[in-house]
Design a protein around this ligand. Structure first.
Ligand code: NAP
Length: 307
């Protein structure tokens, strides 16, 4: 029987683990499908306080994990495939094995969104990617396309311009969601070309098992054309990882956990931390703060129960 299980090993989960471990709760962290969370998929993080020169995302999250382990947190590789939160202790199925816990911190984050076109899905890992930092290296000197109009798209287009011969940024409308400074940086980059009011109809070539190009459509002019592409990168947002709690933890229509104040969910003893609940800020530092809050709430919750 665990005092507290933390699902997720990104900024939120690791910070919760540091606090819970220092409170002698011997937390168990279940790493999840995307160990390290979004930080492990990024390069330089310039806005995490305390690092005036910036720090690499994977290093930052790995340091957090080391810090938590130093205080006694345990990490389990694997993912929770089923949950029973209907009574306490809560039960979690970790890849076939059920474990029990008095409290739960849900720090499962949000995963990359795909366009959902059949050809895109078939070519994932064969030229289609949702992670510029993971896969950019493979497209040295090649033609790259980035889809999206938010900060991620700008960041990824800039990052990918280090590798590609050219980067085409495709966005479905005229206005951008990205912050002005991020947009300006991308506009100033001579390697990045912008295509607005444009959508992807098809990714070629499924028959060859590799990305060779795309069919695009100008949604205003109606023009349809083909463009050669080697690397096709999605940067169109994220989907919260709450499927495994469906019908138990209350979420909004998009699946983000509904907070009941502080780090509380609708289930007493289940707390949220990070991007799985936060669709507004979604920053490393806010996720870390949320992890801290969740751990403090767990500590108080268990103390009130006499554990
Ligand atoms: P986002 O802000 O939600 O932007 C998603 C973009 O993808 C939007 O432009 C959206 O278009 C487009 N999109 C969504 N679904 C689409 C579809 N099916 N087909 C085509 N386009 C689609 O997501 P994000 O850029 O990943 O950013 C998430 C959060 O992280 C934001 O709060 C952002 O500020 C933050 N962030 C910050 C930094 C930084 O400061 N360094 C870097 C990355 C991310 P519409 O605009 O038309 O809806």
């Amino acid at each position: 029987m665990h005092n507290v299980v933390i699902m997720g090993s990104g900024c939120a989960g690791n910070t919760a683990a540091i606090y819970a471990a220092r409170a002698n709760l011997k937390p168990l962290v279940i790493s999840g499908h995307e160990a390290g969370g979004q930080l492990s998929l990024t390069t330089l993080v310039e806005n995490f306080p305390g690092f005036p020169e910036g720090i690499n995302g994977p290093d930052l999250v790995e340091n957090m994990k080391k810090q938590a382990m130093h205080f006694g947190a345990e990490y389990l590789h694997g993912a929770v495939i089923d949950t029973d939160l209907s009574q306490r202790p809560f039960r979690l199925n970790v890849e076939g094995e059920w474990i029990e816990t008095r409290t739960l911190i849900v720090a499962t984050g949000a995963s990359a969104r795909w366009l959902g076109i059949e050809s895109e899905q078939k070519l994932i890992g064969k030229g289609v990617s949702s992670c510029a930092t993971c896969d950019g290296f493979f497209y040295r000197g090649r033609k790259i396309m980035v889809i999206g109009g938010g900060d991620s798209a700008m960041e990824e287009a800039n990052f990918l311009s280090r590798f590609g011969s050219e980067v085409t940024l495709v966005h479905r409308r005229e206005e951008f969601r990205a912050a002005k400074i991020m947009l300006a940086r991308a506009h100033q980059n001579p390697k990045i070309k912008f295509l607005t009011n444009t959508v992807v109809e098809e990714v070629h070539d499924v028959s060859k098992g590799i990305v060779t190009g795309v069919r695009l459509r100008d949604v205003k002019a109606g023009r349809v054309w083909e463009q050669d592409v080697d690397g096709f990168f999605l940067a169109i947002g994220h989907i919260p990882n709450t499927k495994v709690f469906k019908g138990q933890i209350e979420t909004d229509a998009d699946g983000y956990i509904l907070s009941k104040g502080g780090a509380r969910t609708n289930i007493a003893g289940v707390f949220h931390a990070g991007d799985v609940q936060d669709r507004t800020y979604r920053q490393a530092i806010t996720a870390a703060g949320a992890g801290c809050m969740a751990a403090i709430e767990v500590e108080r919750f268990l103390e009130a129960e006499g554990h």
